[in-house]
Design a protein around this ligand. Structure first.
Ligand code: ADP
Ligand code: SF4
Length: 689
C-alpha cells in the first residue's frame, strides 16, 4: 500500500466552498481537440478522474466571442448552446470524486479575433501579441467596455455553474489572459483608475472576482492563475511585483494558481528546464497569503511533490504534462505502485498538437486523446485475439511499446534486438546534450517487461527473413528503425545532391556512434526538428568550429511547435555556433561547400573540414522486404501476419513510433474494418435553417 511519506499528498483541502479530495491538481492544459473534438477531450479528462486526480481543469475556454485565438482550438463558452458540451466534460471530470474546474480566458492583447472579426479589446491599444504577429491591433477598453467585460465574466461564471463546474480559474498567466494584461505595466499603459499604481492595475481583477463571488461564490471556488514572472524585465509583471500584488490582495481568490512565466518557461522542455524549475520564484509566497497555492514544475517524482507540500511551498501539486504521460499517477502513488509511473520525458510533443491545431499525442502515453476516438485506455488493453505468439524485431520505441502492449493483452512475445542493449534510437539520442530524460521511454518499458512472464528479449540477435521463417511465430512485427541518409536527400534535394569525392560527410548516426568530426564543421540541417541543433551544440561544446546552415528562417524550425526554438537559438549562439539561415547547400567538396540563398539562389562558399548531414532518414526495411518476397512460404512456416511499424515503415518523431507500436498491439487479430474510418469523429450538427 501507500508509502506513508506520501500521505500528505492525500489530505483533503478546501478551495473556497468546495473541497478537493487530495493535493494532485491537473492544471489547465491544451490538447488540440477543444471545441472541435469535445467528446474526445471530455473522455481524456474522464480518464484522469479515474486515475485519481483531486482537481481536473479544462483547457482555456474562450468566455466571450469578442476575444478568441483562432486558429488555435480551445474551448468556447459564448452562449448557452455551448453548455451541453462543457457539461459532458464536467460530468466526466467528476465521475470519481474530483473537482471539475473551468478556465475562463479573455485573451485581450493575445486574441486576434480572426474568426469572429470583432475588434480586439485590451487594457491599452497595442498590436496583438501572438506567435504569428497577426497584423491586427487592439482598441483600448473604455469605461463602458470594462463594465461590459465584467458582466460577460459574470455571465460566463453562471454558465459555468450551469455546466456543472465546481471551480473557475480566471486566466491571467503566460501573457494569454486579460488579468495579466491589466496587471503588467507593459500591456497596461492607462492613465485612469485602472492603470498606473499596482493598486490601480489590480482594480479590474478585484472587481471581477467580487462580481463572480456575488454571482456564484456560494457554490464555486474561484482561482486566479498568474505567472510568477512575466520574464520581460522590470517593465513587466515581475516576480517582485507578483509578491507585492499577492500581499496586497492576500484573500482575493480562493486559491492562487502560480504558473511559471511565459508559456515557454512554464512548459519548459527537459532540454532546458529541470523538474521543479520555478521553485525559487514561488518560495516564500505562502507567507504572503492565507489561501492555498498550486504550482507546476513537470513534477513526476512523488518525493519532490511531498517535499513541496511538506515544506509549505505549495499546497497543491499542479501537473499538466505529468498527467498526460500518466493519467493514473495519483492512483499509482496511492496504491504504492510508484515504480509503475510512466514519467513525462519533457519532449513537449503534446504541445505540438495544440500548436499545429491537429490533436495532441504523447510520446510516453500513446492513448492520449484516443480515449474516445479509439476507445484506448491507458491502463487496460483489449482482450487477446485468436493467435498466440508474436515476434517483434527491433527494440526501439516502436518495438518496445508493441511488446509491452502485446504482453498486456496476453500474447507470448519475443523481442529480437541486433544490438547489445534495447532501446533503439532512444538510448543513443538520450546521450545527446539535454536529452537524458528521454531515456524514460526505454526505462519504463524495460521495467514493465521485466515484470512479465510472457516475454523474452534476445539481444545481439540480428534476424533476417531466413531465420524468422524458421522460428515458427504466428505474427511478425518488424520495428527495425531507420538510418540517417548521407546523400543529402530531404527537402531541398529530393534526389542525391552533388558530393565530390573525398568530401567528409558524417551523419547523425555516425556522431551518436562516437565518430565525431573536428576542426571546421558545417552542420547542414534540412530536417528542421531537434537533431541539427543538438548536434551543433554537441560539436561546439566538444571544441569544433561549427557553422549551422539551414534553408529555414529558424534554427530547428519545427521546435517552434515544442516551444523550444526560442531557447535553442541563444544556446547555440552561446556555444559559439555560427548560424546561417535561409541558405541551402548545392555542392559539397573536401574543403568547402557551396551554399545558395533560398530566395535569390545566389551562391557563396564556406570553408570546412567536414559536413554533418542532417537530412532525411531511410527506412530499414530489408527484413520486411525479404519476408514479403517469400510470402508463398508463410503458411508452411505457420506465419499469419507480417507488419512493419514505426521508423522502419516511415520515419518520424519518437511519439510516432510509440503510437505505431501501441496501435499494432491493439489491432492484432482484430476484425477487418475494410474502408471504414479507424476512429470516431464528431461532426458539427447542421443548423436547421
Ligand atoms: P523505432 O523508432 O521505429 O522504434 P529504432 O531505430 O529506434 O526504431 O529501433 C530499431 C531497432 O531495431 C534498433 O535497436 C536496431 O538495432 C534494431 N534492428 C534493426 N534491424 C534489426 C534486425 N534485423 N534484427 C534485430 N534487430 C534489428
Ligand atoms: Fe511529457 Fe512528452 Fe508526453 Fe508531453 S508528449 S506529456 S512532454 S512525454
Amino acid at each position: 500500500m501507500r508509502d506513508p511519506r506520501y500521505d500528505i499528498l492525500f489530505e483533503p483541502m478546501a478551495i473556497g466552498p468546495v473541497t478537493a479530495k487530495n493535493r494532485l491538481y491537473q492544471v489547465p492544459h491544451c490538447n488540440g481537440g477543444g471545441y472541435r473534438d469535445p467528446s474526445a477531450a471530455a473522455e481524456m479528462r474522464g480518464i484522469k478522474a479515474e486515475g485519481g486526480w483531486g482537481v481536473i481543469f479544462t483547457e482555456q475556454c474562450e468566455m466571450h466571442h469578442t476575444s478568441e485565438i483562432t486558429p488555435f482550438i480551445e474551448l468556447r463558452l459564448w452562449e448557452d448552446k455551448d453548455i451541453p458540451m462543457l457539461r459532458k466534460m464536467s460530468e466526466r471530470m467528476k465521475s470519481h470524486g474530483a473537482l471539475a474546474g473551468i478556465q475562463l480566458a479573455y485573451s485581450g492583447i493575445n486574441g486576434p479575433n480572426l474568426y469572429t472579426k470583432e475588434v480586439p479589446l485590451a487594457p491599452s491599444a497595442l498590436p496583438i501579441r501572438t506567435f504569428t504577429n497577426d497584423p491586427v491591433q487592439a482598441r483600448a477598453l473604455d469605461k463602458s467596455d470594462i463594465k461590459d467585460l465584467r458582466r460577460w465574466f459574470v455571465n460566463a461564471a453562471k454558465r459555468s455553474r450551469e455546466a456543472g463546474f465546481d471551480l473557475i480559474c480566471l486566466y491571467g498567466a503566460h501573457g494569454f489572459g486579460i488579468f495579466q494584461h491589466f496587471l503588467s505595466r507593459a500591456t497596461n499603459q492607462r492613465s485612469d483608475e485602472y492603470g498606473g499604481s499596482l493598486e490601480n492595475r489590480a482594480r479590474f481583477v478585484n472587481e471581477v472576482v467580487a462580481d463572480i463571488r456575488d454571482a456564484v461564490g456560494d457554490t464555486m471556488g474561484i482561482t486566479l492563475r498568474v505567472s510568477l514572472d512575466e520574464s520581460i524585465g522590470t517593465l513587466g509583471f515581475s516576480n517582485a511585483e507578483v509578491r507585492d500584488f499577492i500581499e496586497m490582495n492576500r484573500d482575493l481568490p480562493d486559491l492562487w494558481d502560480l504558473a511559471h512565466g511565459t508559456w515557454e518557461d512554464c512548459s519548459g522542455p527537459s532540454r532546458f528546464k529541470e523538474e521543479g524549475a520555478q521553485e525559487q520564484l514561488v518560495r516564500g509566497i505562502h507567507e504572503l497569503t492565507d489561501k492555498p497555492i498550486v504550482g507546476v514544475g513537470r513534477f513526476t517524482s512523488p518525493d519532490v511533490m511531498a517535499k513541496m507540500v511538506r515544506s509549505g511551498t505549495l499546497d497543491f501539486i499542479g501537473c499538466a504534462r505529468p498527467s498526460i504521460a500518466d493519467p493514473f499517477l495519483p492512483k499509482k502513488i496511492e496504491e504504492g505502485r510508484v515504480e509503475d509511473i510512466r514519467e513525462c520525458i519533457g519532449c513537449n510533443i503534446c504541445i505540438t498538437g495544440d500548436m499545429t491545431m491537429s490533436i495532441s499525442r504523447c510520446t510516453q502515453n500513446p492513448t492520449f486523446m484516443e480515449e474516445w476516438r479509439k476507445g484506448w485506455h491507458p491502463e487496460k488493453m483489449n482482450a487477446k485475439g485468436a493467435s498466440r505468439s508474436v515476434l517483434v524485431v527491433g527494440s526501439g520505441p516502436a518495438g518496445l511499446e508493441a511488446a509491452w502492449a502485446l504482453c498486456r493483452r496476453g500474447y507470448d512475445v519475443a523481442v529480437a534486438e541486433a544490438r547489445t542493449e534495447i532501446g533503439g534510437r532512444v538510448v543513443r539520442e538520450a546521450k545527446l546534450p539535454g536529452l537524458s530524460a528521454w531515456r524514460r521511454v526505454v526505462d519504463y518499458r524495460q521495467y514493465q517487461l521485466s515484470q512479465r512472464g510472457n516475454v523474452e528479449i534476445y539481444l545481439e540477435s540480428a534476424l533476417d527473413a531466413d531465420s524468422i521463417l524458421d522460428f515458427g511465430f504466428e505474427n511478425i512485427c518488424i520495428a527495425t528503425g531507420a538510418t540517417w541518409r548521407a546523400d543529402g536527400v530531404a527537402r531541398q534535394h529530393v534526389v542525391p545532391m552533388p558530393i565530390a569525392e573525398g568530401a567528409n560527410i558524417y551523419t547523425p548516426d555516425d556522431l551518436m556512434e562516437g565518430t565525431v568530426p573536428s576542426g571546421k564543421v558545417i552542420v547542414f540541417d534540412d530536417d528542421h526538428y531537434y537533431m541539427g541543433g543538438v548536434l551543433a551544440e554537441m560539436l561546439a561544446k566538444g571544441g569544433a568550429d561549427v557553422t549551422l546552415i539551414t534553408p529555414s528562417a529558424y534554427v530547428s524550425d519545427w521546435t517552434n511547435n515544442t516551444l523550444e526554438q526560442i531557447a535553442i537559438h541563444p544556446r547555440l549562439v552561446d556555444a559559439g555556433v555560427e548560424i546561417v539561415l535561409n541558405r541551402g547547400l548545392t555542392e559539397i567538396h573536401p574543403h568547402h561547400v557551396v551554399s545558395n540563398c533560398v530566395y535569390t539562389n545566389r551562391t557563396q562558399t564556406y570553408e570546412c573540414d567536414a559536413v554533418v548531414m542532417v537530412a532525411a532518414r531511410k527506412e530499414n526495411s530489408a527484413v520486411y522486404d525479404g519476408l514479403k518476397a517469400r510470402e508463398g512460404e508463410w503458411a508452411d512456416a505457420g506465419l499469419k501476419s507480417v507488419t512493419i511499424i514505426g521508423d522502419a515503415n516511415a520515419p518520424g518523431p519518437i511519439a510516432w513510433a510509440t503510437y505505431a507500436g501501441h496501435r499494432y498491439a491493439r489491432e492484432l487479430d482484430g476484425a477487418d474494418i475494410g474502408d471504414a474510418l479507424p476512429f470516431r469523429r464528431e461532426i458539427t450538427e447542421l443548423a436547421l435553417d
